[in-house]
Design a protein around this ligand. Structure first.
Ligand SMILES: Nc1ncnc2c1ncn2[C@@H]1O[C@H](COP(=O)(O)OP(=O)(O)OP(=O)(O)O)[C@@H](O)[C@H]1O
Ligand SMILES: [Mg+2]
Length: 249
């Protein structure tokens, strides 16, 4: 086991407690995780389990109270906010559970913005944007504002924005959260296609159909990993979460 390659993402002993109104919420209670380059990992679990908190810790959007995170072998938990902002542009694409797009920017500008911030020329940013929007079935929507798009279209724009800088790691938090089954299938198909081309994906979802598209399903409950199952691409388990759950014990 010691000759495994450096994981793209590694976390050890992650802990995060939220102090809001009322009692503290122990959202993440000691998580160890390794994600290999090229893997498609789904983190699934009930509402309030701590899935979004975990994703925010991994993407540097929240700070862990304890524990360490490595991206491609390099410690990231000691990064300053400014360093994180730069690293995120290049190395981590994030699709958020809520508030995905900048509402007063067009579709084209939403997708080009991270590329421009990362130092691409306007011409390069535009070329990347055109390619991604075409790939995601959104050609012709460039000048639309987010409010003029369907929920599924907005999520696809969010995916384009997350991928425009070709980040080694994609973190996606409920990317089909508000979608009907057709929209969910569409997002799943797109994630699978990017994965087949080598994209490493960590997908957070309570949706078993989405989770079953992954190589590996981590069950998260009450701030902890309670199960971690590789899905065999050839087994019937691939067809749905019920097969995955049967792998337990
Ligand atoms: N900013 C915050 N302040 C206080 N408590 C928070 C905060 N964010 C999350 N929590 C609490 O931490 C726990 C985990 O929340 P989290 O959003 O990580 O869960 P989740 O698994 O993503 O849930 P869902 O499936 O509903 O999105 C919950 O009890 C939640 O109320
Ligand atoms: Mg969440």
């Amino acid at each position: 086991m010691n000759d495994r390659p450096t994981p793209l993402l590694r976390a050890e002993g992650l802990v995060k407690t939220h102090h809001g109104e009322g009692a503290p919420a122990h959202a993440v209670r000691g998580v160890d995780l390794r994600v290999t380059r090229g893997e498609f990992v789904a983190v699934t679990g009930p509402s309030g389990a701590g899935k979004s908190t975990l994703l925010h810790l991994l993407g540097g959007l929240q700070r862990p109270d304890d524990g360490s995170i490595w991206l491609d072998g390099e410690r990231t938990d000691s990064y300053t906010e400014a360093r994180w902002a730069v690293e995120r542009r290049k190395r981590i694409g994030i699709v958020f559970q809520f508030f995905n797009l900048v509402s007063n920017l067009s579709v084209a500008d939403n997708v080009e913005l991270p590329a421009l911030l990362a130092g691409r020329s306007p011409k390069q940013a535009r070329a990347e944007r055109e390619e991604l929007l075409a790939e995601l079935g959104l050609a012709g929507k460039e000048r639309s504002m987010p409010s003029q798009l369907s929920g599924g279209e907005q999520q696809r724009v969010a995916l384009a924005r997350a991928l425009v800088n070709h980040p080694p790691l994609l973190l996606a938090d409920e990317p089909a959260g508000s979608l009907d089954s057709k929209g969910t299938r569409e997002v799943m198909r797109l994630l699978s296609r990017f994965h087949q081309r080598g994209q490493t994906i960590l997908l957070v979802t309570h949706d078993a159909r989405l989770a079953s598209a992954a190589d590996r399903v981590i069950s998260f409950f009450d701030g902890r990993i309670v199960d971690d199952a590789e899905l065999d691409g050839t087994s019937p388990g691939r067809a749905g979460i019920s097969g995955v759950l049967e792998l337990k014990d």
